[in-house]
Every structure is written in structure tokens, then in C-alpha cells.
Design a protein around this ligand. Structure first.
Ligand code: AMP
Ligand code: GLY
Length: 422
């Protein structure tokens, strides 16, 4: 079989490595992939958002199955275009990807169908938003409606900060069109849990839970990033919480999307907060999370391609999706400075014995050698009987990998280890 994976990050590298465990897979093409992914796939310089380019390529190469992982091509309708060209595809259609593409849409959906989430107001008029902030409870959370590279969420500790955030989004257009509409919502507290799920629009199969580490620096300090490391499973996601989530959140969400005529097929990501009132949705993503995927897929014991095809064909109920009961830990190595400005172009050395556990996110090939080319450069994942062992193994690997300006958090999994003891 010939597969096509659209995207270029560590998540895509993890997806590709897992897909290749199926011996029927002959070739995987990555659009555009990266210098590290090139060891496992044929990288083709077509941008992930180039719908016409991807469809032409898929037709020319007679691709058997395509996997679309990043948010922007999904929200733009990459799946619809590939399907229209006769290429079966993993990932929701445009009308379902809106669950991530518009916060106003997802908040209204949750309100309409009684799915637990922070209370909120949506605004398209800046004066009305500023007026609302005169009496809104503080702290408050301001969210740009559209995709904003994970940066469109501001937690304001004071009324003035909240107003400044609204002005940045609506007046100064910090996030362009994404900030023309905004959501102002209640500040929730509690541990966060990421649950990725497979769904064919009828059945929801949650994957093993995980915990992201979004801040750049140790102790959850510094700027928000795409994620500096992950562990799985997440100790806060107990059996009781999982049962409540299925009943109160997962199934109601999939049913709500069906009722709206927006059937969701693919990976639906639930960003949850376990509040004192129970689990609530912080955000939906219409795709695999990154770096969550880098701990979740190594624990998948079933064949990924078979499961993905079942979401496309509507046969998930009869398909085995089995996860290991071991633990996984992923440590991200980034370029110092990320998520703000950073240098690139440094030689990257990954010892051959470690390479199977590495997912490359930001590297290019220069004269046949790997050089850094992104903020998040790579992730290292180990699977072990306990989280403690998985973390120790990943940190031992990280010490063997070198590039100038390398930066990584030293406390990935610390909170999870503490929580395991409670
Ligand atoms: P998001 O991009 O929606 O995942 O938001 C980024 C981060 O902001 C989340 O991972 C949470 O840590 C935090 N956050 C978002 N919404 C809220 C909320 N209503 N209350 C507290 N924290 C929030
Ligand atoms: N790691 C968070 C995300 O993928 O959205």
C-alpha cells in the first residue's frame, strides 16, 4: 500500500513510524515532512495547506490512504478534497473540523447540548466585550475564535489585563481574522488531562490518557508552547473520571455533531480539566495532539492503519483498539528561546541506537546531514513498566543527543509522579 501523511512535526513522525509497523505498507509519502522524517518516509516539498498540490500528488501516485494530521489543512477542507478525488482519508471533513476551527462554534455546541465546560459569552463587538469585562469575574480567560497557533488564549489576572487582551485581539488584530470574534470565559481550576479518541461518528474509542506540559520552563513557568513533553497515562484520569467523561462529554459530543449534520470521523481530542465539579471541556481539537501523540501511539498495540481505516469506513465498533498498560514519557528538545525567537541551522546528532525512540519535529537535511530547523526540534519517548522508569530512560537518551542551543525541561512527569502517590 501507498500512504500519504500530511504534516511535518514530531506528531507526524510518530504516526508514520506506527503506520509502518503494518507490513502491507510499502511506501509512506510525507507532505512536506522534515529532514528527520526523511529516514522513514519519502518527503515531498508540498505545503501541508496546499490542497490542490496534495490532491494532484495523491492522484498521480495512486495513494491508497491519506492521513491528515495538522489543524489548518483539516479546517481548510483537505479531507473533503482528497475524498472528492476518490482517495480515502483519515481526518474530519471541513464541516466537522470547525469544532477546533471556531471556539464560538464549539462553545455554542457545548451550551446547546449540555456538555460541561466553562461558562462564557461570545463577542463580535469590542465595545460590548469591554463593557462585559467591567463586571466579569476575575481571573478571566479570553480566547480568539479561530486558529492562532496555540497562542490565542490569554488568562487575565486583572480587569486591565483582560481589557488589554481584548484590544490586542479585536483592535490590533494580533491574530488576524482569528480574533474578529472572541470568547470570554470562566477561569476553571484543576488538573488537565488530554484524551485523544478515535471516532467514526458512531463509536468513540478513547486512547490512553496523557498529560501535556505546555509552559516553556521548569515549574510550569514561562510562555505557553505547543508542548514541552508528555506522559501517559495521566494519573488524574481515574476509571471514575473516564466513565463520567464517556457519559457526559465524549458520546454527547459525537452525538451533538451528528445532530448538527457535522459527523466527525477521525481523531477527536478532548482537552479536559478535572474541576471540583467534575470533568469539563477546555478545548476540542480536530486532530492528534503534539506531543501527546508521541506518548499515546507508542502504547498502541493494535495496527494503526486498521484502526484509522475503521474510522473512515464506520466500522470502529467491530475493530480492536488495544493499548499497553505500560507507561510512556516524551521529553521535547527545543532550540533555546522557543517559543520566541531562536537560532537554527545547528548540526544535530542522534546516535543510531536512540533513533528508533526519536520523533523529529524541526530539522532539515543539509549536505546529507541533519541540522536544526525549528523551535521544537525533536521528542524522545520511552515506554517502560512504570512512569518513573520511562522518564529515566528518556532523560538518559536526551543526554546522548546533541545540538548547539539545545533546551529541554528537566521536570517532565514530576507532577504525574507526585499524583501517583496520592
Ligand atoms: P487552549 O489553547 O484552549 O488549550 O488553552 C491553553 C491553556 O490555557 C489550557 O491548556 C489551559 O491551561 C488554559 N485554559 C484555557 N481555558 C481555560 C479556562 N477556562 N480556565 C483555566 N485555564 C484555561
Ligand atoms: N499539545 C497540545 C495540542 O496539540 O494542541
Amino acid at each position: 500500500m501507498k500512504l500519504l501523511v500530511i504534516g511535518s512535526g514530531g506528531r507526524e513522525h510518530a504516526v508514520i513510524k506506527k503506520l509502518k509497523e503494518n507490513t502491507a505498507v510499502e511506501t509512506v509519502f510525507a507532505l512536506p515532512g522534515n529532514g528527520g522524517i526523511a529516514a522513514d518516509a519519502v518527503c515531498v516539498p508540498i505545503a501541508a495547506t496546499d490542497i490542490d498540490g496534495a490532491v494532484d500528488f495523491a492522484k498521480k501516485e495512486q495513494i491508497d490512504y491519506a492521513v491528515v494530521t495538522p489543524d489548518d489543512p483539516l479546517v481548510l477542507g483537505m479531507t473533503d478534497a482528497l475524498e472528492a478525488a476518490g482517495i480515502p482519508c483519515f481526518g474530519p471533513r471541513k464541516n466537522a473540523a470547525i469544532i477546533e476551527g471556531s471556539k464560538v462554534f464549539s462553545k455554542n455546541l457545548m451550551k446547546k447540548y449540555g456538555i460541561p465546560t466553562a461558562t462564557y459569552e461570545a463577542f463580535s463587538d469590542m465595545a460590548a466585550a469591554l463593557n462585559y469585562l467591567e463586571t466579569a469575574p476575575i481571573p478571566t480567560v479570553i480566547k480568539a475564535d479561530g486558529l492562532a497557533l496555540g497562542k490565542g488564549v490569554i488568562i487575565a489576572e486583572t480587569r486591565d489585563d483582560a481589557k488589554a487582551a481584548v484590544r490586542e485581539m479585536m483592535e490590533n488584530k494580533k491574530f488576524g481574522k482569528s480574533g474578529e470574534n472572541i470568547v470570554i470565559e470562566e477561569f476553571l481550576t484543576g488538573p488537565e488531562v488530554s484524551v485523544l479518541s478515535f471516532t467514526d461518528g458512531k463509536t468513540v474509542v478513547p486512547m490512553v490518557s496523557s498529560m501535556d506540559h505546555k509552559r516553556a520552563l521548569d515549574g510550569d513557568k514561562g510562555l505557553n508552547t505547543g508542548g514541552m513533553g508528555t506522559v501517559a497515562p495521566n494519573p488524574y484520569y481515574t476509571k471514575e473520571v473516564a466513565d463520567r467523561c464517556m457519559k457526559e462529554i465524549f458520546l454527547p459530543t459525537v452525538n451533538a455533531m451528528n445532530a448538527e449534520g457535522r459527523t466527525f470521523r477521525g481523531c477527536l481530542y478532548f482537552g479536559l480539566m478535572i474541576t471540583p465539579d467534575g470533568p469539563k471541556v477546555i478545548e476540542y481539537n480536530c486532530r492528534f495532539g503534539d506531543p501527546e501523540t508521541q506518548v499515546v501511539l507508542p502504547l498502541l498495540e493494535s495496527d494503526l492503519l486498521t484502526v484509522m481505516q475503521a474510522t473512515t469506513n464506520g466500522t470502529l465498533a467491530g475493530t480492536e483498539v488495544k493499548f499497553s498498560d505500560r507507561a510512556a514519557a516524551c521529553v521535547i528538545m527545543a532550540s533555546a528561546g522557543y517559543p520566541a525567537a531562536y537560532e537554527k541551522g545547528y548540526t544535530l546528532t542522534i546516535p543510531a541506537e536512540i533513533a528508533p525512540r526519536v520523533y523529529v519535529a524541526g530539522a532539515a537535511l543539509k549536505d546529507g546531514k541533519l541540522v536544526t530547523a525549528g523551535g521544537r526540534v525533536l521528542g524522545v519517548t520511552n515506554v517502560a513498566p512504570t512512569l518513573k522508569e520511562a522518564l529515566a530512560a528518556s532523560y538518559a537518551d536526551v543526554e546522548q543527543i546533541s545540538f548547539e542551543n539545545a533546551y529541554y525541561r528537566r521536570d517532565i512527569g514530576k507532577r504525574a509522579l507526585e499524583a501517583e502517590l496520592i
